[in-house]
Design a protein around this ligand. Sequence first.
Ligand SMILES: Cc1ncc(C[n+]2csc(CCOP(=O)(O)OP(=O)(O)O)c2C)c(N)n1
Ligand SMILES: [Mg+2]
Length: 375
Amino acid sequence: MSKKSGLATKPDVIAGAPEGVTQTLANPDRQFSPGAPRSKFAAKDFTKEEREDLEKIYRYIRLTRETDDRLRKLFRQGRFYGTYFSAIGMEASVVVPAFFCEPMDFAGITHRELGCFLIKGMPMEQIFAQIFSREVSEEQAKTPPFFWGWTPARIMRHSSVLASQIPIAVGAALAYKMQDSGGCALCYMGEGATAKGDFHESLNFAGVHKLPIVFVILNNWYAESLPINLSTPVEDLSTRAEGYGFEGVRIDGNDTPLLYKTFKTAFARARSGEGPTLVQCDTYRWYGHSEIDPATYRPAAEVSRWMDNDPVIRIERWLNRQGWMSEPDFVRIKEECLKTIEDGIEWASAHKEPEAEVCMTGLYAEADGDYVNKE
Ligand SMILES: Cc1ncc(C[n+]2csc(CCOP(=O)(O)OP(=O)(O)O)c2C)c(N)n1
Ligand SMILES: [Mg+2]
């Protein structure tokens, strides 16, 4: 491979990887580094109500961090089936958009949106009932634990097929528009999913019809082991929006006040009939693609730079700088979160797994009309 072709001339040696593990990268000088660690926003930029919003959001960011951390440990203890996709390091980008959903707004998700379930109101007992495949859960063990949804808050049960949630979320937005209901759809995706046709077709349709939808790209720079520069030739995927006739913006996804302002505007735009917004949130997953991935394809220095850019610590420092909250508040809130989690685990553990026959129930809707089984 020649330099001229833009491809790597020699394999990149990955720091910390077992001997012999190398990776050929299209851009060996890539810099997946975090941006500015300080928010450009301060207390004066927020009203009293917005301050309350930010304090609530902080609680959910902390709750998401602690729940995620507990789930990683439970998986490693063999307490549930399947695998687990941690989003530690990405919490702010997941929680803030969902904060702006009304209770009945549709959310299209993939595999890292634990924070969306929490802020949209799924009780902790139900979270663990689902994870432990209990009969009291909505799924009743019909799906692997982390391929889930939550109907009461209209969080779509996602399939394993990447990007398949995008056209469905666009369909929900079309329904809101046709019904003139004031609803707004939210649709998350990883940066890897944007390379699929579903992404482009869906955004095109949403742009043509000016649908009430907010698209969020959770850019954590990797799709499993594939770095962004090998899945797409542009790093700023928000520029895709221009081709579909609506707004796109790329932001620091670990900056909670900035996320707040950005998504507040995007949801207001959608609800007032001005159409979709595409927001790329630059963030990072601290751990592997799932718990079975040691993630040795990432340089150790890159991982530690992003750990220093922790969204949880950043919002705590920011709230402290504004004089809104301080260390004792953070300690108390963390304790409250841990208690909620332990109570949820205890409640769910006390229930049984369903009988095998349950797996054949609730799979098909009742036929409406006599068109089935006709000659
Ligand atoms: C159509 C399709 N291709 C491949 C996969 C296998 N796969 C599952 S997750 C994943 C990576 C997804 O990357 P990204 O969209 O960036 O999300 P992230 O996991 O980084 O949050 C891949 C390749 C799949 N599930 N579906
Ligand atoms: Mg990714």
